[in-house]
Design a binder for this molecule. Sequence first.
Ligand code: G16
Length: 537
Amino acid sequence: MIREHPTTAYTDQKPGTSGLRKKVRVFQQANYAENFVQSVFDVVEGKEGATLVIGGDGRFLNREVIQVAIRMAAAAGFGRVVVGQGGILSTPAASNLIRIRGALGGLVLSASHNPGGPDEDFGIKYNIANGGPAPEKVTEAIHARTRTIEVWREVEGSDIDLDALGETRVGDMTVEVVDPVADYAALMEQLFDFAAIRAAGLTMAFDAMSAVTGPYATEILEKRLGFAPGTVRNGTPLPDFGGHHPDPNLVHARELYDLMMGPDAPDFGAASDGDGDRNLIIGRSRFVTPSDSLAMLAANAHLAPGYSQGLKGIARSMPTSAAADRVAAALGIACYETPTGWKFFGNLLDAGMATICGEESAGTGSDHVREKDGLWAVLLWLNILAATGKSVDQIARDHWATFGRNYYARHDYEGVESERADALMSELRGRLGALPGERFGDLVVEAADDFAYEDPTDGSISRNQGVRVLFEGGSRVVFRLSGTGTSGATLRVYLERFDAARTDEDTTAMLADIVAAADAIAGIVRHTGRTQPDVVT
Ligand code: G16
């Protein structure tokens, strides 16, 4: 029996950079989550008898939303739901499951690296049949639907046992509870030389941040690769991530950073975020920026079995440093510059134009799935360390000696009043035409624009993707507002300076002139009232 629930539309259900993210309290409003899920189901075609993957990062509200989404999927005509045991699926594992099960799509319940718990964040993301985040035309249709929705539907029935593996029926639909780790771990074994990594005898520390990668990392690193018990820290997913912010950066993964810089550092340190798609890479006494990690992984990927044939191309988001471009040039392959958001890589990967992709926001991945993949990056690094016998620090130094170094930092100003942040951006956009030729200390502006992207596979155009100010000599500053925050606006300022010869300098010192120029150009202090960024990564 299908039950229809009359509802009223909410006007704030516009999916951001990756899905709908709001405070838990917002999601707890009557019909809020149901409206969004029903809007997804109303918009996607081909549901009859199709398979839908559902899972999340285990945060507060995960199980409740999964239960109702299963009943709604049955009412919408799906033939099968594949759900991770305990409601758990990392974002890359969900992407893999969608692909190997030939699913129509998947619901991934997560607010990624944002904190969880009753007063924190929740999110719902819809992924399409290629395993990747829904493209803009789909999210726009979902958003439009959320504004007119009048009813949501579920089959009548009670909650299923999410903890018991196996199949049950909900209405006419089969629900299959699967081991969330097994298929993903098998894929990793295909891509990487597990025997070589085991034989290398490396030591490591992996911080799962009490989030979804715990079970994946324990199975793969400790059980299959033989790293010592205890290698995986904070390995149990908790609904509130233990009260921490599951964002693998130098602020929130401080303990790992301190360990890696101290006398007892293992060979390799890494962390992943709430839903397992981001990564942090730190060697003994050497932090690797995400932009550099992308470049170094691309330069050495051929050492792993899954990439021994070489790369078809590299793609990076616009604010990501140009370090990867230099690798692509040396390899004689294309490098694509896309707007922020993993969804923009999907078409390039599907078309076989790119093999490896990455973003400054700690995301790296390849064509093995259609999401960024934290553990994948960790395993590729381990494979490279095992194959070369070098340390992370040696790999980094050798890389910079060959390609030069893109000094890089991101300054985040969080919780800025939206009007102030918008005023900063619109004033900046108004100044773009006047900037070329202007001098800021020793820096001379070569070009300035508001980044627009034309997808080479389908010609679709995305505008207003962030302001780029390029200086003569390959340095630049980029300004953009975050698409993933849930309170106020976050201004991100991306600073980059290229130096071909001096590759062992202090990043803060190397970027000081660009930081000063950024404020002179955008009036950051004047608009935000802040004299310091909240987070520097
Ligand atoms: C999401 C997207 C990423 C993107 C990031 C940008 O990350 O999946 O592709 O780089 O947002 O965030 P912002 O708009 O805040 O700069 P995640 O890990 O939150 O899914």
